[in-house]
Ligand binder design. Structure first.
Ligand SMILES: [Mg+2]
Length: 377
């Protein structure tokens, strides 16, 4: 069977990158990225990847970066990782400068051409783990996917974001999440639901970063669904084309159903998942949401709204949305809210809903148990 590969960048990924000159060339400047040793150790112990370091070290071996100021710290790092069971199968260091424009320099692949052998390596199921656009571009050039370890030092430009977005399968600032992703995979899908009244497309990534792209034709509803993505730390694309010329009812109800169905699909494997709830205040309002993705639908709704509408959304439709969601996702949902300001109240409910989901769907890669005495959810 062909090998899957982890191409791992060094600076900013395993070793912290000194912001002064980006060179790890002294003891003072040698420290590990938080969580890297633990995650790499678990990756080596639990997962079957061929491990390759790919790093650009500008001008290594020249007067600006003599080899003797590089090697001791590189070797210290390798020995430390080896002590935790992690050993690179190959190490590729490009020593050119940006201005040299060499094909060996990331994102160029000239040092890595042997991996294009399809018999031996499975690049489509391989990953580059890196903290710069050039690592993501390398993944693209290899036909692999990128795990982007975000860093305040190297933000992507809008253009890089546009061209590289589809190559990134995981964006995180946390090594433990990288390990979890590699061990358990992503819960990411596109779900469509079309009837005579509504046409709905939902893109859901439960292991996303909180990005939302919501278009239902109802501004206030979009704003509420936005909260689910942001506070639930999931990526959510929702496009609903509903019969708004009649009224808002089908658009809101069917979006709730479709979102619930998307969750039911994404949570098909509930191993290691928890059940949770969340309460939060928003100015004078407070909301409590308890959720259990236990496979059965039920809703308790204790929230009164005095106004008929907020924005263009009838307040009676809030219950309807959550009822539709719980029916389709097959979850128990218990929602309570008190307060004066109607906007605060419903926003607090959506935020608490998002936070409760975030906790409920969190997986522990070390756990293989199902949170149910029945053994099946
Ligand atoms: Mg780097």
């Amino acid at each position: 069977m062909s090998k899957r590969i982890l191409f791992i960048d060094r600076d900013g990924v395993i070793l912290q990158e000194p912001p002064s000159d980006f060179q790890v060339d002294s003891t003072d400047k040698t420290s590990f990225v938080k969580g890297a040793i633990t995650a790499l150790s678990k990756i080596a112990a639990d997962l079957d990847y061929y491990k390759v370091m790919v790093t650009n070290q500008d001008g290594l071996g020249t007067a600006s970066y003599p080899a003797e100021t590089f090697e001791p710290y590189q070797n210290l790092m390798l020995r430390t990782l080896e002590g935790e069971g992690f050993v690179f199968d190959e190490i590729h260091i490009d020593k050119t400068f940006v201005a040299d424009n060499q094909p060996t320099r990331k994102p160029g692949t000239a040092l890595l051409t042997h991996f294009f052998n399809k018999e031996e390596y499975d690049l489509g199921n391989s990953f580059v783990i890196g903290d710069r656009w050039s690592d993501i571009q390398l993944a693209k050039n290899l036909g692999a996917k990128a795990i982007y370890l975000t860093s305040p030092l190297h933000q992507l430009t809008d253009e890089q974001e546009n061209t590289l977005r589809s190559t990134i399968v995981l964006e995180t600032n946390n090594w433990n999440e990288i390990y979890t992703f590699l061990k358990l995979g992503l819960r990411k899908l596109v779900h469509e639901r079309n009837t005579n009244e509504t046409k709905i497309s939902i893109g859901l990534n439960l292991d996303g970063s909180g990005r939302a792209n919501i278009h239902t034709g109802l501004g206030f509803f979009d704003h509420m669904l936005d909260q689910i993505a942001r506070h639930g730390k999931m990526d959510l694309d929702i496009t609903t084309k509903g019969d708004l010329h009649i009224d808002e009812h089908h658009t809101i109800e069917d979006t709730g159903i479709a979102l619930g169905e998307a969750f039911a699909k994404a949570l098909i494997d509930k191993t290691g998942m928890e059940r949770y709830g969340f309460a939060l205040p928003m100015d004078e309002a407070e909301a409590k949401v308890l959720i259990d993705f236990g496979g059965r639908n039920w809703i308790v709704w204790d929230a009164d709204f005095k106004r008929e509408k907020i924005g263009e959304v009838p307040t009676e439709m809030f219950f309807h949305f959550f009822k539709s969601f719980s029916d389709a996702a097959k979850c128990n949902l218990n929602i309570e809210c008190k307060g004066e300001n109607e906007h605060h109240k419903i926003e607090a409910i959506f935020k608490a809903f998002a936070k409760a989901i975030k906790m409920a769907v969190k997986r522990d890669p070390l756990s293989n148990y199902l949170p149910s005495t029945k053994g099946v959810l």
